[in-house]
Design a protein around this ligand. Structure first.
Ligand SMILES: Nc1nc2c(ncn2[C@@H]2O[C@H](COP(=O)(O)OP(=O)(O)OP(=O)(O)O)[C@@H](O)[C@H]2O)c(=O)[nH]1
Ligand SMILES: [K+]
Ligand SMILES: [Mg+2]
Length: 389
């Protein structure tokens, strides 16, 4: 029996099994088995496996993702303004309008047509917004079974995993079925959308048996269940701390350790085809935006949302005795949550080592201006002056 069949068999058994106290352990075990097989399925395909021809953008795209990390900035000689490239990916069913969107909001043309799978490779474009260059990758549509290698599923999924944000584009006329099918596909390959990382400590050890601690009452798991699952993974020595009421699935995620937690915006396109009531309903769903590429409806709002979901911030620098330049092209783009240290690296590779203190004007400080240290976390539209040793 192949892995795909084994997966299907376990999925059938899970759906057949009634959920109650008596079946709890059995279900936990089945879930662990399922997670293991799914991981095997995603491991690099053996020799003859289809590797991404035309997906080589995938590699340079990945490198560009790394550009958003501060270490890359260290290697660059950019003194005044650093350019940041934030990546996000578009994922969706065929013919929902992904290519039309790319061609509308970027300078790149991606062929759009009314037949499915017009786009078979990965087409990159750039959205310029608030002085940031946001890379947009138009990917082929995902179909049901993509996680099992159908369509270009595997390649699309591996590109999607490297994104900072997934734009899940849906055909608003096709109902909610597309959304849940795509979610299931992405879930089954370890992509968790708009979910926080479980607050759960797990560490394998060489000796000492299973050390289990909980800092809060648990309603989904207990020690015996955890032992059972760990046995399935042949783990006999480990330290586990449950810091919140995590589920069995979350525990399995942490053992597997290969999940990607991504933000996702659901984009309902083609609202020109819907009644106002229906548009209104979709627009109120969580993490959702409604647009029409054809009628140019709501596209600006959507790009604003992308910016928000990427949590990028703009920070302005200022020299002593000078006013800061606050024009639309001034300042540097940084990740939300970044510190003065990250900012130093973005400005110049040696700046952090010469750092004495910084003076910050803006919402990140109690007083404005305020003297801060290198670990101070910056906010959008802060102004910073760095004082060197
Ligand atoms: N009514 C309407 N049609 C649209 C809209 N946006 C795109 N389309 C049409 O939908 C069809 C598919 O558009 P594409 O941009 O090729 O879709 P895609 O998602 O890139 O498709 P694949 O590359 O095949 O996966 C085309 O005929 C577009 O003209 C829209 O806002 N409203
Ligand atoms: K198409
Ligand atoms: Mg396309």
């Amino acid at each position: 029996m192949g892995i795909v069949e084994k997966i299907q068999e376990i999925e059938r058994e899970i759906s057949r099994t009634q959920k109650n106290k008596a079946t709890e352990y059995h279900l936990g075990l089945l879930k662990a088995k399922l997670a293991k097989y799914r991981q095997q399925l995603l491991e690099p395909a053996s020799k003859g496996g289809a590797k991404g021809e035309g997906f080589d953008v995938l590699k340079s795209g990945d490198a560009r993702v790394a550009l958003t990390t501060m270490t890359v900035f260290e290697a660059e000689e950019q003194s005044e303004f650093a350019l940041i490239v934030a990546d996000f990916r578009e994922v969706g069913f065929p013919s929902v309008g992904k290519s039309t969107f790319l061609s509308t909001v970027t300078n790149t043309e991606s062929v759009a047509a009314n037949y499915e799978f017009t786009t078979l490779t990965c087409i990159p474009g750039v959205i310029e917004y608030q002085g940031a260059n946001i890379q947009l990758l138009d990917l082929p549509g995902i179909i049901e079974g993509a996680s099992q290698g159908k369509g270009r599923g595997r390649q699309v999924i591996s590109v999607a995993k490297t994104a900072d944000l997934i734009l899940m584009m849906l055909d608003a006329t096709k109902g909610d079925v597309q959304r849940s099918l795509l979610e299931t596909e992405l879930e089954s390959v370890g992509i968790r959308l708009n979910k926080p990382r479980p607050n759960l400590y797990f560490k394998r050890k060489n000796t000492g048996g299973i050390k289990f601690t909980q800092t809060t009452p648990l309603t989904h798991c207990n020690e015996k269940m955890i032992q059972t699952i760990l046995h399935e993974y042949k783990i006999f020595n480990a330290e586990i701390v449950f810091r919140e009421d995590s589920t069995v699935d979350e525990f399995i995620d942490v053992i597997q350790g290969n999940q990607v937690y991504l933000k996702c915006l659901y984009v309902y396109n083609k609202i020109d085809q819907l009644s106002l009531e229906e548009v209104d309903r979709l627009a109120r769903l969580p993490h959702s935006v409604v647009i029409s590429c054809e009628w140019n409806l709501n596209l600006d709002y959507m790009i604003q949302k992308i910016w928000e979901y990427l949590s990028l911030i703009r920070v302005y620098t200022k020299k002593p005795g000078n006013a800061p330049d606050l024009g639309p092209e001034d300042g540097i783009i940084l990740r939300g949550g970044c510190t003065v240290e990250h900012c130093c690296h973005a400005l110049h590779r040696t700046l952090a080592s010469q750092f004495r203190y910084a003076i910050v004007w803006g919402t990140s400080t109690k007083f404005s201006p305020q003297r801060v240290g290198i670990h101070h976390v910056l906010d959008h539209e802060d102004v910073i002056q760095i004082v060197k040793k």
